[in-house]
Design a binder for this molecule. Structure first.
Ligand code: EPU
Length: 337
């Protein structure tokens, strides 16, 4: 049975380490506990928020309602062939422990997504991605509970409407469904994806290319660049990499011949926001309790006792600079509550 805690401190439940409170906090360990709890919560007037690993959220203030943390565990094989394995996992599993488990079993597909903080259940919401892989590449189904009706749903990959750091759960269904399980199709004869950035280079120091070594290399790159949230509060990339037209890129190239970009379809390109922020002089800057990480400009950090408002203020200043200097609007990647 779940326990409802009152005036609960959230500092340990968000990787930014913002010291806010929620009026009520509850951890549910099964679908039944979740539906039982929601039935009761719906008789109140207070709002409900679902919180995963807290690695992509910025609390600007105390939360004056109920926070529900789904903690459904379990990783089960639902289908296995010579070449593939289909695995269903509970939303409360830790994402990186799941990746380690897959790598350990020789199942390929998620190794490039090593060391991403957060819970497994939130991976489809923003379609987590790194080093040339997005989780949508391996998700077959997402199981949810609709909050208003407590009805269970199964979304196919197509129905999730995945995009770059995007899905139906961030748009039309935002706040309407709770993810209980995710099913993945993994490859027992994996094809390695090594084209992104310096991944191949980082693998150079290993004798051969295996899932385990790719995981080690990704971890090494991330540890070298990204701050550990246990040491310095942060939520990974704070902004999305902006997408602009080829014409816009050409204009920018006249002034900045070294601007990096990744070509997309539809005459569009993606520009690393980290480059824009670094070029504008913000990288490594600190203002009181908050700052821009000195090794990766896309990451905003809490040096100690920052409030959500301070982080937001910094983010807005950066957005303004980027508009003035490059005429590009940076969209926040984290959810502001
Ligand atoms: N760059 C700079 N300065 C910086 C940071 C980046 O100039 O301070 C430029 C460099 O040219 C570099 C390029 O940006 O080559 C790309 O940098 P990086 O490989 O670090 O990737 P990113 O575009 O900054 C994205 C994801 C990360 C993911 C990495 C690796 C987004 C918003 N971020 O960052 O995801 O780990 O690629 O695939 O797409 C996250 O979402 O929290 C996250 C960390």
């Amino acid at each position: 049975m779940y326990e409802i805690k009152e005036n609960f401190a959230l500092k340990k439940y968000n990787t930014f380490g913002i010291d806010v409170k929620t009026r009520f906090f509850v951890v549910c360990k099964s679908e039944k506990e979740i539906t039982d709890f929601i039935t009761i919560q719906q008789n109140t007037t207070l709002p409900l928020m679902i919180l995963g690993g807290g690695s992509n959220v910025l609390f600007a203030d105390d939360f004056k309602g109920y926070i529900l943390k789904p903690d459904i565990k379990g990783v089960d094989i639902v289908k296995e062939t010579e070449s593939e394995v289909t695995v269903r996992a509970g939303a409360g599993e830790d994402w990186d422990e799941f990746v380690a488990y897959c790598v350990e079993h020789g199942w390929g597909g998620v190794e490039n997504l090593s060391l991403i903080p957060g819970n497994l259940g939130t991976c489809p919401i923003q379609n987590i991605g790194a080093y040339g892989v997005e989780v949508k590449d391996v998700i077959t189904e997402v199981e949810t509970i609709e909050i208003d009706t407590q009805k269970k749903y199964v979304f196919t990959n197509y129905q999730c409407k995945f995009g770059y750091r995007d899905s139906i759960f961030k748009r039309k269904l935002k706040g309407k469904h709770l993810i209980s399980h995710v099913t993945f199709r993994l490859n027992k004869q994996p094809e390695f994806k090594l084209e992104y950035g310096n991944l191949k280079e980082a693998l150079g120091s290993f004798e051969d290319i295996t899932l385990k070594n790719i995981r080690k290399a990704v971890i090494a790159i991330r540890e070298a660049k990204l701050p550990d949230p246990d040491e310095i509060g942060n939520a990974g990339s704070f902004f999305k990499n902006p997408v602009v037209t080829q014409e816009k890129l050409k204009k920018l190239q006249q002034k900045y011949s070294d601007i990096p970009f990744y070509p997309l379809t539809d005459n569009k390109v993606k520009i690393p926001a980290g480059w824009l922020i670094e070029k504008s002089g913000w990288k490594g800057k600190r203002k009181g309790n908050v700052g821009v990480h000195h090794k990766q400009a896309l990451v905003l950090v809490n040096y100690g006792d920052a409030t959500g408002e301070e982080i937001l203020h910094l983010a807005k200043n950066i957005q303004q600079t980027i508009i003035i200097q490059f005429d590009i609007e940076l969209e926040m990647e984290v959810n502001v509550v």
